[in-house]
Design a protein. Structure first.
Length: 263
């Protein structure tokens, strides 16, 4: 069995979102020498046990460097495969797959032109005071960090609809808005692994955002956190009864139940 899961706000949670549950959680990431992300203790235990007999594949929008900050996947659990940068990068035994890099680059030839066009549209339609930063993730996609005090929903909607019509996937997660080319998604590298690397087994998937939707729909079974943005996109998805870090406990319970059912 394969458990392919998003990380942030699915299996791991920021200090602020896990605040009420820190006594039952383990610190798994420092950022700027400060505690940043946590995993619930029972989830950590279950995930470690699952990984001993099955295949766990982290699937994240984090860049390679951001993913490697998570000590859990460098020390306690060392996944054979990891899908990062929303699917633009595939790590095999911690190293980039050159073959997957070539597949992405073959699709990526028009990116710089489309990126310039998108940036111009964003800056023309959203006032500077609304924007804290506009960043690029490893030359694969863009994300906008907004000043929540000045967010104008109408202008954000206008930019999002324009970008979607130009073949960008748009996902707003709190004060961040991601703009990702449609060919970069979390399903494609998983499909590649199954077809080219002879990875067998049914897929159980989980994730909280619209960016996880291609992965969720590709899986044999899935469940999404009740707090997830993805539920607004498709209300028919299986979802947890709990929100926040408690939803991760429920997710792992379902993973174990599904594993026992098919094994």
């Amino acid at each position: 069995m394969i458990f392919a899961s998003d990380l942030d706000r699915t299996l791991i949670y920021s200090r602020s979102s896990a605040e009420c549950h820190l006594n039952n959680s383990t610190l798994v990431e420092y950022y700027d020498n400060k505690p940043n992300s946590y995993i619930e203790n029972s989830v950590l235990k279950d995930l470690m046990e699952f990984s001993e007999k099955n295949l766990f594949i982290p699937v994240t929008t984090r860049t390679v460097d951001q993913y490697k900050r998570i000590s859990l996947f460098q020390e306690k659990i060392k996944p054979k495969f990891a899908i990062v940068a929303n699917g633009a990068v595939l790590l095999i035994d911690g190293k980039r797959s050159q073959e997957w890099d070539e597949i992405i680059l073959a699709e990526h030839h028009n990116y710089k032109k489309k990126k310039k066009e998108l940036i111009q549209f964003i800056l023309f339609n959203i006032e500077k005071k609304c924007i804290i930063n506009l960043k690029e993730a490893e030359e694969y996609f863009l994300y906008l960090i907004l000043n929540v005090e000045y967010i104008n929903d109408d202008k954000i909607t206008k930019v999002s609809k324009w970008a979607e019509n130009k073949e960008w996937i748009v996902s707003q997660q709190g004060r961040k808005i991601y703009f990702i080319p449609r060919y970069i998604n979390k399903r494609a590298p998983l499909q590649y692994l199954k077809e080219k690397q002879n990875i067998c087994g049914e897929i159980f998937a989980s994730g909280d955002s619209i960016l996880d939707y291609p992965l969720i729909k590709y899986a044999d079974f899935s469940i999404v956190p009740l707090h997830g943005e993805i539920i607004c996109y498709d209300s028919t998805l299986n979802k947890t009864s709990e929100r926040g870090i408690k939803s991760s406990v429920e997710i792992m319970k379902k993973v174990n139940e599904y594993s026992k059912k098919i094994n």
